[in-house]
Design a protein around this ligand. Structure first.
Ligand SMILES: [Zn+2]
Length: 355
């Protein structure tokens, strides 16, 4: 299997905040081009890569959806040369102080480096003091003089995380936006595997926009492509210090397969049996309701698209140091490719909601 690490690193070095996915879409499109028959961009900016199957026409299609948007921030106010910020998507604000960021300055069309700073504790209300500070108490410092800041930056400008990815020991990578760029890496591995593996069904490799904020990409791509079935790939909570509950999973120990009302039991069963046949380790994630992923939007599109959710564990979700085991990404890519390759022409007829 190819080494996906360089591509994954490039994926988390390019911005693409929720609603502003252009830069990341370009990078993915370039990578997918030689791997699929065509790449199109949807009306709202999602990427649709079509890899045609060899089955007879009209061919059924499977969509594998991975969201490409990332969480970040936006300038909410400029005061004395410092930038106040609000969030784009859900951020764990506890980890923001000290973060390196890029301010996408729209007036000067520049990417300005910045750091997230706090006001000194003694100048804050006593109730805030040395506790965790909310976003309203954090500032971005670009180093520029106040008059230069207002010449370059506007309220509404985007602020993305800028810390470079870091290889940790033990085959773990750490950085921002691994949710969900690691899934894009897994889907890319799947496309690479399928270069030498015939498949009957058409495959739509999809990188959706706005999962972190509105599910816009998932709703619109599933409506536009109307696949017979779909698989969503996203991160879940890894076990870590203080995180050992039943909804956390060991990193590096396999692929997560979800069950719950949001996921189709028949697809789950097929994925589970396939993982076992291939000796790919997997774990069960029980999702009591809407999974909080693109899988929800896809499942409720049109007359209801049978949808499965495949996951990889992430430590420190929604922080600048999200961490993922590369092994989990490789296994996910392999399972996806094998699943696509095993789909028989009449697979759809076997699908029943019979849990
Ligand atoms: Zn995600």
């Amino acid at each position: 299997m190819t080494d996906i690490l360089p591509f994954l690193k490039s994926l988390i070095s390019v911005s693409g905040l929720s609603g502003h996915e252009h830069p990341i879409a370009d990078l993915i499109s370039e990578k997918w081009h030689p791997l699929v028959d065509e790449v199109r961009i949807s009306r709202v900016g999602s990427l649709h890569g079509l890899k045609r199957g060899t089955g007879k026409s009209p061919r059924p299609s499977i969509m594998i959806a991975t969201h490409m948007d990332a969480i970040g921030m936006r300038v909410s106010k400029i005061a004395d040369g410092f930038l106040h910020i609000t969030n784009v998507g859900g951020i764990d604000v506890r980890t923001l102080p000290g973060a390196e960021v890029t301010v996408h300055a729209s007036r000067s069309n520049e990417a300005l480096p910045g750091v997230i700073a706090m006001r000194p504790a003694r100048f804050l209300p006593e109730s805030v003091g040395d506790k965790v500070h909310g976003l309203e108490y954090l500032l971005v410092d670009t180093g520029l003089l106040p008059r230069d800041v207002v010449r370059k930056v506007c309220v509404g400008d985007l602020v993305s995380f800028a810390n470079p990815p870091l290889d940790l020991a033990g085959g773990v990578i750490s950085g921002h936006s691994l949710d969900n760029r690691a899934a894009i890496a897994a889907l890319t591995l799947c496309l690479e595997e399928l270069q030498n593996k015939p498949h009957l069904w058409d495959l739509w490799a999809v990188a959706t926009v706005q999962e972190e904020t509105t599910y816009l990409g998932a709703y619109t791509s599933s409506f536009a492509l109307r696949p017979q079935i779909a698989i969503v790939v996203d991160g879940t909570f890894a076990k870590g210090p203080g995180a050992n509950g039943w909804q956390t999973f060991a990193m590096g120990k396999g692929v997560g397969l979800c069950i719950g009302p949001n996921l189709h039991p028949f697809l789950h069963q097929q994925l589970k049996e396939l993982a076992e046949r291939l000796e790919i380790p997997w774990f069960l994630d029980v999702t009591p309701r809407d999974s909080g992923t693109d899988a929800f939007a896809i499942q409720v599109t049109a007359e209801g698209i049978p949808t499965a959710l495949v996951e990889f564990p992430i430590r420190y979700m929604h922080t600048t140091v999200e961490s993922v085991a590369l092994k989990d990404i490789q296994r996910t890519g392999r399972l996806l490719a094998e699943f696509v390759a095993t789909l028989e022409q009449n697979f759809v007829e076997q699908i029943v909601w019979n849990d």
